[in-house]
Design a protein around this ligand. Structure first.
Ligand code: HMG
Length: 395
């Protein structure tokens, strides 16, 4: 079978950061509740000029060559932080990146799960059209509200995944198992800018979806955890993913295998512990973090993925690392994270919750904030205006 999978990965987060210790102090919490209880150190905070479209365009801009732009014929944006109920964000991104016109651009939604569905669609498309390249974008801003229990698990960021035949990072195995269960653990009705969440219930559903989907995966594919070098999880906060790994680790594993899985788990949460929840991109941020921080991976290694989107849809699948995958990675990612500008809690409260103030004709100008290479620069007659900017170098 022709190998299909992930050829390149780009990642962008916002240029501002809130340290969890400052949030803990402001909210009267023990800082260890966040650093140990959630395994979170910091959250990326996006200003009003940085939305899912600017983030995703910036992430893709890191990886796309001119040849990619000529060969991409699908742009799939997975998000639950949509800026329009009708027009797909992917259409703006297609234009900002200068992708050739004969392409299909659309948006996918099912909470944190949808990037996994978009990858599946990309794979099916390339099976039929081997010369195509598909750009899958996972972009979200997780915003729960000041003083809510979810506040400590916010975040902002986008992943760009280029899916091709003969990929240079990961080939997909044909072993996906999905599960749907109609539950109300986390949802956001159209009239609300922040989600409703049954926090504790959502963590139980995440773990039970993992347990039951994993059991089905094992049954259908005779799967054993010992076959995997690493398992990546959806990471709403790293501690829950660790509980997930502990749930699927059984007594049959050797001490060496357990140690490898745990060491690679630590590598996979490094970025999320500094960025927070980026919803549908967070599983793939975990994968990128694993690739860029693990010292115990080799070509041919099997990597497991657990995708979970509230509501709820979950999926387990796997892929194999490709020879030379290291050449496709960036070495300065940590530097980019370290360059984010720290915010006081008061400034975070102002910046993260600012809403566009439209005049009666639907116009709005914004104050200049730090962003990635693309930003939302104005709204004119209700139309969002994006531009390539250079202010991200000011930090
Ligand atoms: P909470 O009330 O902040 O925290 O809610 P808690 O009291 O449950 O404490 C959290 C942990 O810290 C606990 O650890 C405490 O023991 C520990 P555990 O017992 O669970 O192992 N702790 C301490 N540890 C050390 N020193 C201390 C200390 N104090 C306490 N002093 C909750 C946490 C997750 C409920 C909240 O943050 C929340 O509602 N978050 C949003 C929902 C969420 O992230 N759910 C995850 C599953 S659903 C999902 O993944 C989908 C999602 O991404 C959305 C989508 O699909 O679109 C959310």
């Amino acid at each position: 079978m022709m190998p299909i999978g992930i050829d390149k990965i780009g990642f962008t987060t916002s240029q501002y950061v809130l340290n969890m210790s400052d949030l803990a102090q402001a909210r009267g919490e023990d800082p260890e509740k966040f650093s140990q209880g959630l395994l979170l150190n910091a959250l990326s905070i996006a200003p009003v000029t940085e939305d899912i479209i600017s983030l995703a365009a910036s992430a893709a801009d890191q990886i796309l060559s001119q040849e990619d732009k000529e060969k991409i014929d699908m742009v799939l944006l997975a998000t639950e932080s949509s800026v329009d109920q009708s027009k797909a964000g992917a259409v703006y991104i297609h234009s900002l990146l200068g992708i050739q016109p004969f392409a299909r651009s659309l948006e996918f939604k099912e909470a944190c799960y949808s990037a996994t569905a978009a990858l599946n669609y990309a794979k099916l498309h390339i099976e039929k059209h081997p010369e195509s390249r598909v750009l899958v974008l996972a972009s979200d801003i997780a915003k729960y509200g000041i003083g809510t229990p979810g506040e400590s698990t916010q975040g902002a960021g986008a992943l760009a995944l280029l899916v091709t035949k003969e990929p240079r990072i990961l080939t997909f195995n044909d072993d996906n198992i999905a599960q749907t269960r109609d539950i109300m653990d986390f949802w956001r009705p159209n009239y609300s800018t922040t989600p409703f969440v049954n926090g504790m219930y959502s963590t139980k559903q995440y773990l039970d979806s993992l347990k039951t989907t994993w059991a089905e995966y094992q049954k259908r594919f005779d799967g054993h955890l010992s076959d995997f070098a690493a398992f990546c999880f959806h990471i709403p906060f790293p501690k829950l993913a660790l509980k997930g790994l502990n749930k699927i680790m059984d007594k049959s594993l050797t001490a060496e295998k357990k140690a490898q899985l745990l060491e690679n788990f630590d590598a996979s949460i490094s970025y999320s512990s500094q960025v927070g929840n980026i919803y549908t991109g967070s599983l793939y941020l975990g994968f990128l973090s694993l690739l860029e921080n693990s010292t115990d991976l080799n070509a041919g290694d099997k990597i497991g993925f657990f995708s979970y989107g509230s509501g709820a849809v979950s999926e387990i699948f796997s892929g194999q690392l490709v020879e030379g995958y290291q050449d496709q990675l960036k070495d300065k990612r940590q530097q980019d994270l370290d360059r984010r500008q720290p915010l006081s809690v008061a400034d975070y409260e102002k910046l993260f919750y600012e809403e566009p103030q439209l005049d009666s004709a639907g116009n709005c100008q914004f104050q200049e904030y730090l962003t990635g290479p693309f930003a939302l620069t104005a709204i004119k007659e209700h139309q969002r205006q994006y531009q390539r900017v250079i202010n991200h170098d000011k930090t």
